[in-house]
Design a protein. Structure first.
Length: 619
């Protein structure tokens, strides 16, 4: 046991003489990041806020200076989220520095600036911190409403660490209200979102919240030993988390709490043989509370250690522990009567058991004085809380009155505007009515004039239409006469040619004994006769082909088709085969194929296009 007491003293000396290296590692990392020249103003503000948060555990004054610099820099940024972020941290810093009015102003500013940004995670963080401030002022019902508002902003975002903290605080309130069902619900949600966030500090808090729920549940169901085992499991898991990842964690106050809770479970529900186990967790809690100035845990650790020594009859060791703890406690603070009263009560009880009534009476008087201070402090706190609540309610009432007056004025303004608009509309209707009446009169007069003009125009159009029809008839008659003349001229030419050919044939017949050339001439004459016969036979069919047929073909070919090409197309339109066309044109069938190819090229048809089908579509 002497070794244990010596170890405790050694831990105390080390903690007083040195800074927590794990927290210092985080501070150094953030400080080094701020030395980077390429750091953007937004990143610089965020880093400074994190640095202030890390330093607030051990050096609140330095944290406030850094936060004020970050706030000054954030005012130069267009996005209000950075001012909201810094103000949200300042709420915590001012409260730790025992400046509640400044903390309240910072909370209002955080919510105000958060309302000006679209960043829902910052909105949720600002409302979360506002709820926390209400919580520490024992305005727990108002705090719960604020937490729910924070969750509305945070749900659907990836700010799981903020969500986890909201659930943690809500679970704590339900624990205060002895509502185990909701306490469990929000403790489990706290653990779920802490795992999603990857935030080790929030994960430790979630373990502590679940361990607390199992502890309280075991108090109501002492026959269910599994609840006690689960409470120990989650507390030990939290302690192990700090042992493995403490260099990456900031809030070591959580370690002090869960380690002390573990020791307390062993002290309450396990026999004396588990003293070493309880003492092990008390040493961890004491170490963490010394480093983080967690005075409530510190005093509880010394009192529990002394109780173990008193139970073992080691009054001197108990006395040494209590006096050492009291000395440390007084060196840190003299403004915490609740913890001071705890020391005085323990010392008074110890000296009474040691048979030293003088010392016992002395410390009992100190206990009474501290208890009176505690009572006065509680009264003052209650008074301040009631005053704050009164001012808050007064402010809310004033805001409601202003809101009601503004709403009434707004309605009156709407009424006046509505009346003015109605009057303007009525005046416009009257003016419009007279305008329409005048317009209708003018329109009626214009209609009469238009009717007379329309009748005159109709007669003129009718006359022009008759003249146009007459002109078209004359044009058609002239065209028909021209076509008949052309046909007659062609017929005369054919007849003249026939007479000439008959004369030539008679002369050839008279000289039948002529040479081979005369026979060829005779064959040519016969061939031309057949062509002329064929022309006469197809005369009626050609008469059915309209001039538009040739015009469309010329237009399609860019006027590149020859008269022979047009004639060829006419035969195709009449449905003649290549052989028949060759006979009528007096050429070889192969020439017809070549002619078809040239015509397709001139018409711009592709290889896959059929010439007969295309000509069939030309009307």
């Amino acid at each position: 046991m002497k070794q244990k007491i010596g170890l405790v003293c050694f831990i105390i000396i080390i903690c007083i003489a040195s800074v927590d290296t794990r927290a210092q590692f985080i501070v150094d990392s953030l400080s080094n990041r701020l030395t980077q020249k390429n750091l953007s103003p937004e990143e610089r503000v965020t880093t400074m806020a994190l640095l202030a948060r890390a330093k607030s555990i051990t050096d609140i004054k330095s944290a406030l200076r850094i936060a004020e610099k970050a706030l000054s820099l954030s005012r130069q940024l267009p996005d209000a989220r950075y001012q909201a972020l810094v103000y949200t941290h300042l709420v915590f810093f001012h409260f730790i520095n025992k400046e509640l009015p400044l903390a309240q102003k910072a909370s209002d500013s955080a919510v105000w600036y958060a309302d000006k940004t679209a960043d829902r995670s910052i909105k949720g963080f600002a409302w979360l911190r506002k709820g926390w401030l209400q919580d520490v002022q024992v305005l727990d019902h108002e705090a719960m409403a604020t937490y729910l508002q924070a969750l509305k902003y945070l749900e659907g975002t990836d700010a799981y660490n903020y969500q986890s903290l909201v659930y943690y605080n809500m679970a704590g309130n339900y624990a205060e209200w002895d509502d185990l069902v909701n306490e469990k619900k929000y403790a489990q949600l706290c653990l779920q979102t802490a795992r999603q966030s990857g935030d080790l500090d929030m994960l430790a808090s979630a373990y502590q919240a679940l361990a607390t729920w199992y502890h309280y549940s075991y108090n109501k169901q002492p026959e269910n030993r599994a609840l006690l085992d689960s409470a120990l499991f989650y507390n030990k898991t939290g302690v192990q988390l700090f042992a493995e990842h403490g260099d990456r964690m900031i809030i070591h106050t959580t370690l002090a709490v869960i380690a002390f809770n573990t020791a307390n479970l062993y002290a309450q529900y396990f026999p004396a043989k588990y003293k070493d186990t309880a003492w092990h967790y008390l040493e961890i809690a004491l170490d963490a509370s010394l480093k983080t100035r967690q005075l409530t845990v510190l005093s509880a650790c010394y009192v529990m250690m002394s109780n173990y020594e008193i139970a073992a009859g080691n009054y001197k060791k108990a006395e040494k522990l209590l006096l050492t703890g009291l000395s440390l406690f007084q060196s840190y603070s003299n403004d915490t009567p609740r913890n001071m009263a705890q020391f005085m009560e323990a010392l008074s009880s110890l000296y009474e058991k040691m048979g030293n009534p003088t010392a016992a009476l002395k410390y009992y008087k100190e206990f009474y004085a501290q208890h009176q201070l505690l009572y006065d402090a509680d009264k003052l706190a209650i008074t301040n809380r009631l005053e704050a609540q009164y001012q808050s309610e007064k402010k809310e009432a004033a805001l409601k009155t202003l809101s009601h007056t503004a709403a009434l004025n707004k309605k009156l303004n709407y009424l006046y505007i509505s009346l003015a608009i109605a009057a303007i509309i009525a005046l416009l209707f009257i003016v419009r009515f007279f305008q329409l009446r005048l317009k209708a009169t003018l329109h009626q007069q214009k209609l009469l004039e238009n009717e007379n003009a329309a009748a005159s125009l109709h007669a003129r159009l009718k006359e022009e239409e008759a003249m146009r029809l007459k002109a078209e008839q004359l044009l058609l008659q002239e065209r028909q006469e021209w076509l008949q003349k052309e046909l007659l001229a062609g017929s005369l030419q054919v007849e003249q040619k026939d007479e000439l050919l008959q004369t030539l044939q008679k002369k050839i017949d008279e000289h039948k004994n002529g040479d081979h050339v005369l026979k060829q001439i005779n064959q040519i004459i016969d061939q031309h006769k057949r062509i002329d016969d064929s022309q006469a036979a197809n005369k009626a069919e050609f008469d059915n082909i309209r001039p538009e047929f040739f015009e469309k073909l010329k237009e399609k070919s860019g006027n590149s088709l020859s008269r022979l090409d047009l004639k060829h197309c006419s035969y195709i339109s009449l449905g003649l085969t290549n052989k028949e066309i060759a006979q009528r044109l007096g050429v070889a069938p192969r020439s017809i194929l070549m002619a078809r190819y040239r015509i397709k090229l001139k018409l711009g048809l592709g290889k896959e296009d059929d010439l007969d089908e295309y000509i069939g579509t030309v009307k």
